[in-house]
Design a protein around this ligand. Structure first.
Ligand code: IPE
Ligand code: IPE
Ligand code: MG
Length: 247
């Protein structure tokens, strides 16, 4: 029985979030530069996206570039933005074929015009696709997102559009970039790092966390199936006790 066949289609995560880490170290191990690692990471994004469509997962979020990643060497940043444009151009037909909607979350004001235009093109082109929503977190961080949400809420209160007593958890969720998506059920981080790195901190409150030592460019279908199987072995209690579940 293959790993894929062991997956229970009734217990799939609705939303998987992935911190794609380890591209640089993967390249270094082979005596190549960091960009070579990022280039090879695109293939993993494709495999995991296709596997998600095949399984019937509805949302997948890839952490591609954090607000802190703006502090990397300029060459690497430019290489990554160029790679993003290239990947968008190359992958659009496959996303259309697979009925995948492409969306970006993050502080895109900071992104160069060319990359922004490529993002706008693919978002518009894929907007009616429904099998899977693929979300790219680009120039994203959770603290940035929460800061924006607080400013907007404060402004609405100031303008009299909102009462302080209207502020609750749902309202906060509805002011985040992820307002149209369910919270992730499963978070995967590759490359043997055990941290969140400013990713979806509000939304990950009750996500199952899965860490693997595999570097992102080596993370392929079978690794993804393993993560989903691991997820399916967990008991999600949301604060209750076992005996209260499934009643
Ligand atoms: C993840 O790989 C991709 C981005 C953060 C853009 P890294 O570039 O962080 O690779 P490592 O962690 O240095 O190996
Ligand atoms: C997290 O990876 C961000 C992305 C995967 C885009 P980093 O490599 O930037 O995280 P840290 O700096 O090791 O925490
Ligand atoms: Mg890293």
């Amino acid at each position: 029985m293959s790993l894929k066949d062991k997956i229970n289609p009734q217990r799939l995560p609705k939303h998987v979030a992935i911190i794609m880490d380890g591209n640089g170290r993967w390249a270094k191990c082979q005596g190549k530069d960091r960009l070579f690692g990022h280039q090879n990471g695109v293939e993993s994004v494709r495999e995991v996206t296709e596997a998600s469509v095949e399984l019937g997962i509805k949302f997948i979020t890839f952490y591609a570039f954090s607000t802190e990643n703006w502090n990397r060497p300029v060459d690497e940043i430019e290489g990554l933005m160029h790679l993003m444009i290239q990947a968008i151009e190359n992958e659009t037909p496959t996303l259309m074929k697979n009925n995948v909607r492409f969306e970006v979350i993050g502080d895109i004001q900071k992104i160069n015009k060319e990359t922004k235009e490529a993002i706008e093109r693919i978002t518009e082109k894929t907007k009616n696709n429904r099998a899977l929503t693929m979300i790219i977190a680009l120039s994203y961080s959770s603290r940035w997102e929460i800061e924006q949400a607080i400013k907007t809420i404060a402004l609405e209160v100031k303008n009299g559009e909102l009462d302080i007593d209207d502020i609750n958890q749902d309202l906060i969720s509805n002011h985040l970039c992820t307002k149209n998506y369910p919270d992730p059920d499963l978070l995967i981080r590759t490359s043997g790092e055990y941290r969140i790195s400013n990713f979806l901190m509000w939304q990950l409150s009750y996500s199952e966390l899965y860490f693997t030592d595999v570097f992102w460019p080596d993370f392929k279908r079978e690794n993804y199936y393993e993560a989903i199987l691991d997820f399916q072995s967990r008991e999600r209690r949301f604060g209750k006790i076992s005996e209260q579940l499934n009643k």
